[in-house]
Design a binder for this molecule. Structure first.
Ligand SMILES: NC(=O)c1ccc[n+]([C@@H]2O[C@H](COP(=O)([O-])OP(=O)(O)OC[C@H]3O[C@@H](n4cnc5c(N)ncnc54)[C@H](O)[C@@H]3O)[C@@H](O)[C@H]2O)c1
Length: 317
């Protein structure tokens, strides 16, 4: 990796939800960044999404119109694989499928310079397993962001069995240079930290609705008003200390045995996917959306998250 980070040749690969958002973070932090995707149509959609995201940031006063325009000018788009041959840093955001990621890394790690740092934004696939396709795997580790990454602050940096300490340290420092708050995941464990917690909650949330205990709306509201608010402030261990470990211990003793422990994914989500209800992008998921309202829903999401980040930042002052 070049010593002068800001002059580095950054390539974000995969122009879907995450790649589109990630280029904005790098560009906002003065990096010139290239979004690589195989298809021109994907790149065109990425340009449109960036325009929507930027509008929300300007409306919220996070960026001035001039800074937003300068940010957009630092992003370039390409479907030409030759971009990898001069890359100093590659962050892969393609489909969450080990075989696809193996194919990608086998090809790309042979194209990049030997001192390039290589990262995957996998949500929880094994870094060690993925590294089997990477030439010189000591320069490879996990760099896991959260959607929308141009707003949410956590980055999980996961060390695979072959990742070097210097690679991990570099990615931690890069995350900080991007204004984020990195945590090191010391063990290459499926789902890392945040997704293990999120999916434990999602499994129980789906079970509550499936078993008729509550509606989607009621579960979402209970989560926002209690879990989301408390954990935004403190996290589970401090919240438990404040409530009394003895109390939480007594409840755990009878409640854990009753919690959903499905081992084969969620039957509820299997049905949604089979019905094409893939979420907002498809106009329907758990809920049904008016497709014309989707840009407005994304804007509203960004607005709320930005306000939350500003609020959480104020706690630290
Ligand atoms: N969406 C999230 O909330 C989220 C959060 C954190 C991490 N991630 C992870 O980030 C990665 C991307 O997720 P996403 O939500 O952006 O997915 P997405 O489906 O929106 O985008 C993936 C993109 O990669 C493209 N692609 C597939 N194979 C490719 C290849 N060989 N070369 C180049 N492009 C290729 C697809 O055409 C698509 O445009 C996944 O590993 C996912 O688990 C997603």
């Amino acid at each position: 990796m070049q010593k002068n980070l800001i002059d580095s040749h950054i390539v974000i690969a995969g122009g879907g939800t995450m790649g589109t958002s990630l280029v904005q973070i790098f560009a906002q932090n003065q990096f010139h960044v290239l979004l690589y995707s195989r298809k021109e149509a994907t790149l065109q959609k990425a340009r449109e999404t960036i325009a929507i995201n930027q509008q929300a940031l300007v409306e919220q006063g996070v960026l001035s119109p001039e800074d937003s325009a300068a940010l957009v000018s630092r992003v370039q788009f390409t479907n030409d694989k030759s971009c990898f041959s001069s890359a100093d840093f590659v962050l892969e955001n393609i489909t969450e499928d080990m075989a696809a990621k193996h194919r990608f890394w086998e090809e790309v790690s042979a194209l990049v310079p030997e001192d390039a740092v290589l990262c995957t934004n996998t949500s929880g696939l094994s870094i060690t397993e993925m590294a089997k396709a990477v030439r010189l795997p000591e320069r490879f580790c996990g760099m896991h962001w959260f959607n929308p990454p141009h707003i949410l602050q956590l980055v999980e940096v996961t060390k695979g069995a072959l990742s070097s300490d210097s690679t991990v340290d570099f990615v931690v420092e890069l995350s900080k240079a991007l204004g984020k708050k990195p945590v090191k995941v010391q063990k290459d464990i499926p789902g890392f930290i945040a997704n293990r917690l999120q999916y434990a909650l999602l499994r129980e949330a789906a079970h509550l609705v499936e078993s008729g205990a509550a509606t989607l709306e009621e579960v979402d509201l209970a989560c926002s008003l209690v879990i989301g608010m408390r954990y935004a402030c403190f996290g589970p261990f401090r919240v438990t200390d404040m409530g009394g470990v003895d109390v939480f211990n007594s409840v755990s003793d009878y409640l854990f045995a009753d919690l959903c422990d499905d081992k084969d994914g969620s039957a509820y989500m299997h049905r949604l996917v089979a019905d094409g209800r893939l979420g907002l992008k498809a106009g329907a998921g758990f809920y049904t959306y008016d497709k014309e309202q989707i840009p407005e829903i994304i804007r509203e999401r960004d607005t709320r998250y930005i306000k939350m980040v500003q609020c959480m930042d104020s706690f630290e002052k």
